[in-house]
Design a protein around this ligand. Structure first.
Ligand SMILES: [Zn+2]
Length: 244
């Protein structure tokens, strides 16, 4: 069982860790700050710096992070040619923080986008520097310039982004909290995390989400709606990128 430290604090850049399992897929640890691919957000990259061992084998590059077997497993994928790890080895897991922070900013921006376009979200993807959401809509095609201006207004509003936990059962009784049906929040741990973008008298956005977010929308920085694509009769894809 791995402690998911990023769930409670997305700003942790590193943590001490002990190897608990190694197989052909990669290695697992007792705790990690590495987010595993899922919910439309890529897995983290970075490195594992070992406490001891031969001088030339103390750093293992991590090229991807994925979910393990079960809801509480996370597998770090070592780069080709890395030293083989053994269960019980200690070290420090260190994120590629610059990249992760860009992913957090874009991920949070997609929450704002989903709040501005009042249609069901059927899919989404965050990648380094850009992101997109697919909406189940036929006719009302959002205007790029208007959407860009509205997004940047919410970003400049510097709204707080907060998290709290509810039980799986409470979530099942409130289906409106799952906006992205194609990207279900992680369940099976007994509780799911609700992310709120705090508004003036009601939430700007409130939904179950397992990803990593910035603490205030101002941290996202200016964005552009790059294009709005027609992806079929009932599907409009809104693509976003950082302005700078
Ligand atoms: Zn999220």
């Amino acid at each position: 069982m791995t402690q998911f430290l990023f769930r409670d604090d997305a700003y942790l850049r590193e943590c001490p860790a002990t190897v608990t399992a190694v197989d052909e897929r990669g290695f697992q640890t007792d705790a990690t700050v590495f987010y595993p691919l899922g919910g439309g957000q890529p897995g983290d990259i970075g490195r594992f710096e070992l406490e001891d061992g031969p001088e030339d084998a103390r750093v293992v590059e991590i090229t991807d992070t994925v979910k393990g077997d079960g809801p509480d497993g996370i597998i770090h994928k070592p780069g080709a040619g890395s030293a083989l790890l053994k269960v019980g080895q200690h070290g420090i897991l260190k994120l590629d923080w610059e990249r992760r922070h860009r992913l957090m900013r874009m991920h949070t921006c997609l929450h704002l986008l989903s709040a501005l376009v009042p249609f069901p979200v059927t899919g989404g993807q965050v990648s380094d520097g850009k992101g997109r959401l697919d909406f189940d809509m036929a006719d009302q095609i959002p205007d790029k310039e208007t959407l860009t201006a509205k997004l940047n207004a919410l970003i400049q509003g510097d709204h707080a982004v907060t998290a709290r936990w509810i039980t799986d059962e409470e979530l099942l009784n409130s289906p409106e909290l799952v906006k992205t049906m194609a990207v279900k929040p992680p369940m099976g741990l007994g509780r799911v995390r609700l992310i709120e973008v705090v508004g003036i008298d009601r939430p700007l956005d409130l939904q179950a989400c397992g990803g990593t977010h910035v603490g205030r929308t101002g941290e996202i920085g200016a964005v552009n709606v790059r294009k709005v694509e027609n992806k079929g009769r009932q599907n409009r894809r809104v693509n976003i990128e950082f302005a700078a």
